[in-house]
Write a protein that binds this ligand. Structure first.
Ligand code: BES
Ligand code: ZN
Ligand code: ZN
Length: 501
């Protein structure tokens, strides 16, 4: 894509769509007079009369009549009150622009960046939110229909009209695109059916990703997991014909492999619940039980591309959770990679088992900080709904710096408590060190708390994305389906701590 075309003025714009930010008071926007002059004085009248809407996130499309203009359409983006405009609103508004551009099969756009500036948001930042929002908003779910698969029209050219240095805008646009592309890749993985994306397919994807971005990758197969004694992931895999995989990707930024942040993702490619089988409605959608793995892969893609100065390891435990004569059962006792034993009370609480081994492995591979991320419990949906990621932590300072990154990306994260009493219940078993399902009361905490039993003193954050990983309907930044939640926050967190170091 060509994204470095600088334009002097509106006359020189040859483009499908010119994108313009509008608020009630446009007087402070540089070149507004010139814009009015070129496109006709009626624009101000249209704003006054509400034909062009200025409320936040309102999109107004106007075809261009003027014979002189080489612009087919102007898309006005309502910014509300400029002084109240936040990065989140701007990003979402551009999500809607992305949907509009896709609908009109747009291949070239001109962004009038000065029209999006506010006192708080310079054009050089606005352009990042623009690229991120447009490309996330324009995403469509890959389907397998044999008919009516319309060819995608891709944006081929982006130009800018701005007083800001063109190189700065181009660089910002590229960063936004890198972030959005990683989110969209994660979405595509999440949306893939369980028969099309198995653990070994996920591992193949990771190998390709590592190749593309010059990252170190290791794939452990079933025999290797057996040799290492990873009894937890193997127990979950026992009923399946598909082999499990433990996937590790390393990004080494410094000479020494030290001060390593570990991302650990749940990669359950389909969760039937096992013998504690899910209901016929509860089972639908469980192809997305690898949303945590997708988030880790998406974040590693961004990190591989932007190369921050921070060592990062991504570990993904992947298998499906199936039923057969070989499957693990309630009452079984298993031995995890760490040596700790677990009494199985519920085979549907499989994610915490997979993650127990993955977390232990990440530690063994040198992770000094751990963030696990998983579609772990329905409990988090009961507690926080579908728009908030639930969190647990054993380290306040670590969590707070993560929270800053999540505020920047607009991905809402809320911490729940993990008390000594909760831990006591996780450790309650007559015949093993732990049990995998202490009860249904507040059970998001038991799910994450179980993983906490394997992190020791390592600073740790648990992220339960069961509510946020899959959108039940389309939203400003994307369609129904996989959201790619936490891809941007994980990567932003690494970028920020790398800058601070
Ligand atoms: N994969 C599910 C959690 C889930 C639920 C993800 C809804 C996405 C949407 C997880 O493995 C699970 O089944 N958890 C159980 C745990 C329970 C048996 C202790 C749950 O939350 O009901
Ligand atoms: Zn389950
Ligand atoms: Zn699950």
């Amino acid at each position: 894509m060509l994204i470095n075309k600088e334009l002097q003025n509106f006359k020189s714009a040859t483009t499908d769509v010119l994108v313009v930010g509008v608020s009630k008071n446009q007087n402070n926007v540089a070149n507004w007079e010139q814009f009015i002059e070129f496109f006709g004085g009626s624009i101000e009248q249209w704003i006054k009369e509400g034909d062009i809407q200025t409320n936040a996130k309102a999109i107004t499309k106007i075809p261009v009549f003027s014979a002189e203009a080489k612009v087919k359409r102007v898309v006005f983006v309502g910014l509300g009150n400029r002084k109240d405009l936040t990065p989140d609103t701007l990003r979402e508004a551009f999500g809607l622009v992305g949907k509009t551009l896709r609908k009109h099969k747009t291949s070239s756009i001109t962004l009038w960046m000065d029209s999006f500036e506010t006192d708080e948001i310079p054009a050089s930042d606005a352009v990042i939110f623009a690229a991120e929002g447009m490309s996330m908003g324009a995403y469509t779910v890959e389907n397998y229909k044999t008919t009516s698969n319309e060819a995608d029209v891709r944006l081929e050219q982006v130009s800018f009209i701005s007083n800001t240095d063109i190189a700065e805008l181009v660089a910002g646009y590229e960063v936004g695109e890198i972030y959005a592309t990683a989110v969209n890749e994660a979405r595509t993985l999440i949306n893939k059916p369980g028969n099309i994306l198995t653990a070994s397919n996920l591992a193949d994807y990771a190998v390709e990703l590592a190749k593309d971005y010059d990252l170190e990758v290791e794939i452990l197969d079933k025999a290797q997991l057996e040799e290492l004694g990873m009894g937890a992931i193997l127990a979950v895999n026992k009923g399946s014909k598909e082999e499990p995989r433990m996937i590790t990707i390393k990004y080494q930024a410094t000479d020494k492999w030290e001060d390593v942040v570990g991302f650990v993702g749940k990669g359950v490619t389909f969760d039937t619940g096992g013998y504690s089988i899910k209901s016929k409605t509860g089972i639908v959608g469980m192809k997305g039980d690898m949303g945590g793995a997708a988030a880790v892969l998406g974040a590693m893609r961004i990190i591989g591309e932007l190369r921050p100065n921070k060592n990062v390891i991504g570990v993904i435990g992947s298998t499906d959770n199936m039923i057969s004569g070989d499957a693990f059962k309630p009452d079984d006792v298993i031995t995890t990679f760490s040596g700790k034993t677990v009494e199985i009370l519920n085979t549907d609480a499989e994610g915490r088992l997979v993650l127990a081994d993955a977390v232990s492995y990440a530690k063994q591979q040198g992770a000094n900080y751990l963030i696990d991320i998983a579609t772990l419990t329905g409990g988090v949906i009961t507690a926080l709904g579908y728009d908030k990621t639930g969190a647990l932590t054993n380290n306040k300072a670590f969590f707070e710096s993560f929270l800053e990154a999540s505020c920047e990306t607009g991905e809402f994260v809320w911490q729940l408590p993990l008390t000594e009493n909760d831990k006591k219940r996780i450790r309650k078993s007559d015949i093993a060190d732990l049990n995998n399902s202490p009860g249904s009361d507040g059970h998001m905490i038991f799910g994450g708390g179980f993983i906490g039993e394997f992190v020791g003193d390592t600073p740790w954050i648990h992220l339960d994305i069961a509510g946020t990983s899959d959108a039940r309907s389309s939203y400003d930044l994307g369609p129904k389906g996989g959201t790619g939640v936490m891809v941007r926050t994980l990567a932003t967190f690494i970028e920020r701590i790398a800058e601070q170091a």
